[in-house]
Design a protein around this ligand. Sequence first.
Ligand code: MG
Length: 371
Amino acid sequence: MTGVRTTILDVPIRRAHAFAHHSIDRQSYLIVEVDTDAGITGLGEGVSPGGPWWGGESIEGQKQIIDHYIAPVLRGRRAEDFSSSREAIDRAVYGNPFAKSAVEMALLDAVGQHRNVPLSLLLGGSARDTLPVRWALSGSGDSETVEDATARLDEGHRALKFKMGVLPAEDDVRRVAWLVEKIGADVDYLGDPNGVWDLRTATWAVKELEAIGVNVIEQPTPRDDPRALAEVRRQATRIKVMADESVCQLTDALAAIGQRLCDSVAVKPGKSGGLRAAALMEAVLRPSGIACYGGTALEGPIGTAASAHLFASFTHLPLGCELVGPLLLADDITTGGIQYVNGELCVPAGPGLGVKLDPDKVARYRRPKQD
Ligand code: MG
């Protein structure tokens, strides 16, 4: 590589998005560009879903780690040697999976462009051209949430996610019951309180949600308490339990199999340290009967393209994906962009990621002070 550049962008979103602990009105991305000797620029994207609360890494921290510690390791190496480059990066930097994922994405995009193959081919080949997308409803608001859900169902989405945990559990469950009544029973519902319930609360809430008609409960209990998650799963009768925060690394996936922790895992390249680690996680989970779900950390169009290539390479994707990031944004920072048709995401065609940055948009949303 001849150069590694990082740029923070702040892109406005269409409507405030409430998580368990806070709400966002813009999403920040770290754009990573690697230049190769062949004159190709590979694109990567670092993300944190509304700040460091989810994964511990911030956009600003990712920039510092890449600029000061990862870029020097890459200089002079070939993009094709991404495996040995990764080893060298891991020797230089512990942890920081989201930053490493952004860099790996850029290397794989460069290789895909150079070889004129889509990124999915570098991950095992594409099993599908489109991915069904579950729409994520905001964790706050009532009638506007029903309107949002109705509009998305009209567009062709067939599955919805309730962000939970903003309200106390009893109020939250009552809210979901009301929403299901208003939206209708003929929808595949998932609830995600981001691990804010203790075991006692989760046991009660999951039974209630089961009765309401919610099919999947995602990360009901705290990430560091796998035994609580396993207990919720043991007690559940119809509802399926999905792990998110509790299963990030490959070692977590192995533990999930051993401890019968969950029925499915939300796979996200960022939390696993990259697309290849996430692909490996799917390979490990598949024979165990734990389903892989195409999760999101609210990536922008670049990260979404990368995840789309990853999830397209999964031979089994029974729960679809949640790649809604670009739909939340008020503007597109790419040319060619991410297309959605009938509630499904079209996996970008073309070499590498299949998306390019729009330089005018980069100029518009570039954070004035980068450091
Ligand atoms: Mg989640």
